[in-house]
Design a protein around this ligand. Structure first.
Ligand code: ATP
Length: 468
């Protein structure tokens, strides 16, 4: 049987990436698209095998010497191809210098790829066979962000989300990012910033739920010396610091009514006063907002101002929970392991049974929980207990059918009360986890759904050790 080949593309152009994924995927081959040669090199260093590398030279940031010697160390020149623009012949001289035979021009067409690779079609692997679980079989998009953070998409919904982000990013309108806690709203905001014209300016983030109103006000707008006790020196706020850049207002749904009114004012005319200042300051900031609460409920319950809501959500992006894109789990884990394994004795991958168990678990804390799980497992180097932990949590979440009590004598030591309490606790944990995960770990909403007080819910979360 013919083996699936892998093409690695370095391109910022979503049409190019889509064409590669679709055209190669339909022939049973694999493809990966990254946005810089640095990312491509990182992948090659970690053992990813590319049978062919396509470099999109159009609008590439650092044309000269970009991938010359470094990439050629991994791949022979016949395996490299440059994608250029009609009329741009500058790449021919580089191609000659590096002995690269192929220079294609945009728009990239299916027939170019077919001719280029002349790879025979591979029979699709039957669903459910081990190979179908192999993460490298999925077309995916990996993008490097600041501070060793990354964006990875592989499911159809996330690939579409990436496409939407790329379309929206350059447009200067407010975007509201919705999704449960830990799904990657901040990562999406970072991507929106990366592809905005202000990308070389600051990207700042303020968590609106973490600070009481007065502190949030000084954090956002800054203060003058003497504005309050302890304000020895004046200090600019995040709006000033993010001038000409992007400011993400995280957990905006938790902002107090007073702050909402002040924020509305800034969004209307871009000006505000530092605390204790007499004159106003004018800024030009791209404001993004994110929340894990249901904004329509918040509007109906008058917890959030309608006028502010409509200012913030000219466009909305909803990031799906991890349990709705389980096919991404092995890929994400592999990438997290690759970045997390710092010592030689740490594994470069986890066993396939742990990967499978991870795909079955419902990850109420989404990607944050997955990342913590990988880090913990790498540090403790105890896959067995990590596996058991996953299985237990998956079982607790699955409805346990009540076994008919037929002629089974309980063991002498069994205590009826313990058994009943065990079943009751399990049912309670299941209900709590369901309510918390559907409300995106918004405890007030979960308490409402469960019809218990907020304090009772906090107590139960602590008692059962539930974690987002
Ligand atoms: N698509 C993704 N690819 C890779 N890593 C991701 C992705 N999405 C999220 N992560 C990782 O998951 C973790 C949580 O992401 P992030 O902080 O963006 O979530 P969030 O939705 O903003 O959470 P919260 O609502 O609690 O603020 C981070 O470590 C982030 O790097």
């Amino acid at each position: 049987m013919t083996h699936a080949l892998q093409i690695l593309a370095i391109s910022d152009d979503i049409d190019v990436c889509n064409m590669i994924h679709t055209s190669l995927g339909s022939n049973g081959h694999k493809s990966m698209c990254v946005s810089s040669s640095r990312e491509a090199l990182q992948l090659l260093h970690t053992g990813v095998v590319a049978d062919f590398l396509l470099f999109d030279a159009v609008k590439s940031k650092s044309r000269d010497g970009l991938f010359a010697s470094d990439l050629l160390q991994h791949l022979s020149s016949e395996k490299l191809c440059i994608l250029s623009e009609i009329g741009d012949t500058s790449w021919e001289k580089y191609a000659a210098k590096w002995s690269i035979k192929t220079v294609l021009t945009k728009p990239l067409l299916q027939k170019d790829l077919e001719k280029l690779t002349s790879w025979p079609k591979v029979e699709p692997t039957a669903v459910g066979t081990p190979q179908a679980n192999n993460p490298t079989n999925l077309p995916n998009h990996l993008e490097e962000l600041d501070n060793n953070r990354f964006f990875l998409a592989a499911s159809p919904t996330m690939m579409q989300l990436y496409k939407d982000v790329r379309l929206l990013a350059p447009v200067d309108i407010p975007v509201l990012i919705l999704g449960e806690s830990g799904v990657g709203k901040e990562i999406v905001a970072m991507l929106l910033h990366k592809y905005h014209s202000s990308a070389d300016r600051s990207f700042l983030n303020v968590n609106c739920a973490a600070l009481p109103t007065e502190l949030l006000e000084s954090e956002l707008f800054g203060y003058e010396a003497g504005a309050f006790t302890g304000a020895m020196k004046s200090k600019p706020g995040k709006f000033e610091l993010a001038n000409k850049g992007t400011l993400l207002l995280d957990e905006i749904g938790e902002m107090s009514p007073q702050m909402q009114a002040k924020l509305l004012h800034v969004l209307q005319d871009g000006s505000f006063c530092r605390l204790g200042a007499r004159v106003s300051t004018q800024v030009d900031v791209r404001v993004l907002a994110a929340t894990n609460i249901n904004m329509l409920d918040a509007l109906a319950e008058k917890r959030f101002r309608e006028d502010l809501y409509y200012r913030l959500n000219t466009l909305t992006i909803t990031v799906p929970p991890l349990r709705e894109r389980r096919e991404e789990i092995p890929l994400l884990m592999r990438e997290l392991i690759r970045r997390g394994a710092s010592r030689p004795e740490q594994p470069s991958t986890f066993s396939s049974r742990i990967m499978e168990a991870a795909q079955e678990y419902h990850w109420p804390g989404n990607l944050r929980e997955l990342r913590n799980f990988v880090t913990r497992t790498l540090v403790l180097q105890d896959e067995e207990s990590a596996y058991n932990d996953l299985r237990t949590k998956t079982r607790v979440n699955t409805v346990v059918p009540v076994e008919p009590i037929v002629e089974k004598k309980p063991p002498a030591s069994a205590n009826m009360r313990d058994v009943v309490n065990g079943v009751k606790n399990q049912a309670e944990i299941r209900m709590l986890e369901d309510a918390l995960s559907t409300s995106g770990w918004n405890r007030r909403r979960a308490a409402k759904v469960l019809n218990i007080s907020y304090r009772t819910l906090l107590y139960k979360i602590q008692r059962y050790g539930l974690k987002a």
